[in-house]
Design a protein around this ligand. Structure first.
Ligand code: ZN
Length: 225
């Protein structure tokens, strides 16, 4: 948020690359945090209060993204894990037509840049689920936050947040996990782990601490962290 405040005083020619580089990394971190919280890893989920706190924190983490996503993401993400790799129900993976249309390097580049659009629109066309009450709360909270930032710091601060989300989900080093997690390069193997240097600054998805020991035992040398 400090960067959004500072960005308000930048010229557009500096604002765009700063939003891409720094805003993209920061917002990607928040998206990964939203992922962890969607699995109820921030608060113990054994009580109704714990569940409510997880949902509330996910909406709070969503605010600097400028675009409401936390609750909708969770709705579809649970299906992603339940039916991983299913062509229709798992909306995290590209549709069949994306596979046969985006084949040349130039088309693939466009596909990578348009990833935020695909993530937002794919579920609406392939597997629309009913709107939940909390999604409305999520949308209202994000819009109120955007207007508050606009009135406090101006349009450039809002633009910084939005560009960080949209550009950061596209052609950005921290966004490549979308590809490694959701594209099949070897038949029957949909997801790939990343253990490179970006994990030092990114909120990398990990098993909850309570199950990391078990994961190490079961996966042996394949489990690195
Ligand atoms: Zn997940």
């Amino acid at each position: 948020m400090g960067m959004a405040y500072l960005a308000a005083s930048l010229e557009w020619k500096y604002l765009v690359p700063v939003a891409w580089l720094l805003g993209g990394a920061a917002n990607c971190n928040l998206q990964l945090a939203m992922h962890e919280i969607s699995h109820n890893l921030a608060f113990k989920a054994t009580t109704a209060t714990g569940l409510a706190l997880n949902r509330a924190l996910s909406i709070a983490a969503n605010l600097p993204l400028g675009i409401p996503a936390a609750i909708s993401f969770r709705k579809y993400h649970m299906e992603h894990h339940r039916y991983q790799g299913h062509d229709v129900v798992d909306v995290d993976i590209p549709c069949e037509w994306e596979g046969w249309f985006f084949t040349s390097p130039l088309k693939k580049l466009c596909w990578v840049m348009l990833q935020p659009a695909f993530y937002a629109l794919r579920p609406l066309f392939t597997y629309p689920l009913p709107m939940q009450g909390l999604e409305v709360v999520n949308i209202a909270a994000c819009l109120a936050f955007d207007f508050a930032i606009y009135f406090a710091w101006g349009v450039k601060a809002v633009a910084y947040l939005l560009m960080g989300t949209l550009l950061g989900m596209g052609l950005h080093p921290t966004a490549f996990h979308f590809i490694s997690e959701h594209c099949v390069f070897v038949e029957g193997h949909e997801t790939y782990s990343y253990y490179g240097p970006l994990n030092a600054i990114m909120c990398a998805p990990l098993p909850p601490p309570s199950s990391q020991g078990l994961a190490r035992k079961q996966l042996g040398r394949f489990y690195v962290r």
